[in-house]
Design a protein. Structure first.
Length: 475
């Protein structure tokens, strides 16, 4: 539907340009270094998709790797003149197909725009380009006694631009919040090549509509982020982690509710079910307790984390924990966190392929979500491992299946959809941090309803009237 809207030019020259990539590549190279425009078919194929399964991907006409804002503007002006779709990309670690190419598009990879332009300890901000890797930024600001909290599990490879595009989260969101809460301002190249600045670098600011928040989570459909002003926090003390074992997922979810109701503010509150724990052990020999049905990890980075862990440990025991083991030092704590970060790679190894759901529900319904996923797995005869940012109610049911088995693949897709339906029934949302992309666009319409969908499409038309920015994503 979107592609049909970008067939505006009717003159023969424009039609020839769309049919032949020669003029496109020539015009791109006229304003870019030669090594910034890639056309080798094998290279193009490597940029065609992100890490999501079950998401169609087309064949790009070219991949462009700009280093400057002016080069991004040149790409967008060229694309507008020729009515060519543009798919912005970061590190392609996404899990929704939001970075997947469409046939004949220009893939605009921003990974070479990777400079940290400014770190201000006084203003507590960092100004960065979109290709900066999350972990690199965290280490850089740490040298100034500062902290950039958002930490997706792929933080060693994912980029800030990609984090902004999908409004990603991470392990620490229960205390520090998601990416959207740290984006103060943006420089965005619009579809026609104009440069727009949004937001601020001050501690406060309410001038006009919050255009910054509009672009966060827009998955490259409204503009191309080329610079971001990010809020920083003072570096917290090293956190300590507690591991609690439970005989049932319901008991672990009860402990989560008790912790949050009790007013505690953990820096991390994560859950892994038995399937996930076993998968992590099989992958990395972590020595996690496989006799448990659910393993809850709680962390505090307060002035006295041991006291906080003791209080939370008592709540876990009251909820039925069979064992509560606080870490003795930060090194042991980091081992437990590493086990949690390995959950998704470990589950991929169970059957060779995975579909990773990203349903977020109210914390009070977390137990119902987990029990519902267990029923769905049994009904379809599938292995579904579940890890969760339990303190947020953000669950990651991960369907493990054999992609070479059509029957099993079909059941995997059915179970994935049933999990999203369950999340909506429980008052949740289809995505807490991975985004919509291609994978969930049918479900976005169900969640926001026809009026909401109409308004979102109106915003899209206002900023991208030709429909050339990341077509086919979101809706």
């Amino acid at each position: 539907m979107i592609m049909s809207r970008i067939e505006a030019p009717r003159d023969d020259d424009a039609a020839d340009d769309r049919a032949d990539t020669g003029p496109l590549v020539g015009r791109l190279r006229a304003g870019l270094p030669h090594d910034a425009v890639l056309t080798d078919p094998d290279v193009l194929a490597s940029y065609a998709h992100d890490m999501a399964g079950f998401c169609p991907a087309g064949s790009p006409a070219a991949v462009v790797l700009p280093r400057t804002v002016e080069q991004v503007q040149h790409v967008m002006r060229t694309a507008t003149a020729l009515r060519v779709p543009v798919v912005p990309q970061g590190a392609r670690t996404g899990l929704s197909g939001a970075a997947n190419a469409t046939d004949g598009c220009v893939v605009l990879s921003l990974v070479r725009m990777d400079r940290i332009l400014e770190i201000s300890p006084v203003d507590r901000i960092a100004v960065v380009e979109p290709g900066v890797v999350n972990a690199a930024l965290s280490r850089a600001v740490g040298e100034h006694g500062l902290h950039y909290p958002p930490d997706p599990s792929s933080w060693e490879s994912c980029t800030i631009g990609g984090n902004i595009g999908t409004a990603s989260g991470g392990l620490c969101c229960v205390k520090y919040g998601v990416t959207a809460e740290y984006v103060l301002g943006l420089d965005v190249v619009l579809a026609d090549g104009r440069l727009m600045s949004t937001g601020r670098r001050t501690a406060k600011g309410v001038a006009g509509y919050d255009m910054t928040r509009l672009f966060v989570g827009s998955e490259g459909t409204l503009g191309v982020v080329v610079r971001a002003v990010l809020a920083l926090r003072p570096a917290p003390p090293r956190q300590l982690v507690l591991a609690a074992e439970f005989a049932s997922a319901a008991a672990a979810c009860d402990a989560v509710c008790r912790i949050m109701e009790g007013g505690h503010v953990p820096s991390l509150l994560e859950l892994m079910d038995r399937t996930t724990v076993k998968a992590v052990n099989d992958l990395a020999r972590m020595g996690l307790p496989e006799t448990t049905e659910a393993l809850l990890l709680a962390a505090f980075d307060t002035a006295d984390p041991a006291a906080d862990l003791a209080a939370v440990g008592a709540l876990c025991e009251a909820a039925g924990a069979t064992a509560v083991v606080p870490a003795d030092d930060p090194a042991e704590s980091e081992l437990l966190l590493q086990a949690r970060r390995l959950a998704l790679p470990a589950l991929e190894a169970v059957r060779g392929a995975t579909m990773i759901d990203d349903v977020c529900v109210p914390r009070s319904r977390l137990g119902e979500m987990l029990s519902g996923v267990e029923r769905i797995a049994a009904r379809h005869g599938l292995t579904i491992g579940l890890c969760a940012h339990a303190g947020d109610g953000n669950t990651h049911p991960t369907v493990c299946f054999d992609a070479s088995d059509p029957g099993e693949s079909g059941r995997a897709r059915e179970s994935f959809d049933e999990i999203m339906a369950l999340g909506l029934e429980l008052g949740g949302t289809i995505t807490g941090e991975h985004g919509v992309g291609v994978l969930k666009k049918e479900w976005l319409a169900r969640e926001i309803g026809p009026v909401g969908l109409e308004m979102q499409r109106a915003v899209k038309r206002a900023l991208d009237p030709l429909g050339i920015l990341n077509p086919g994503k979101l809706f």
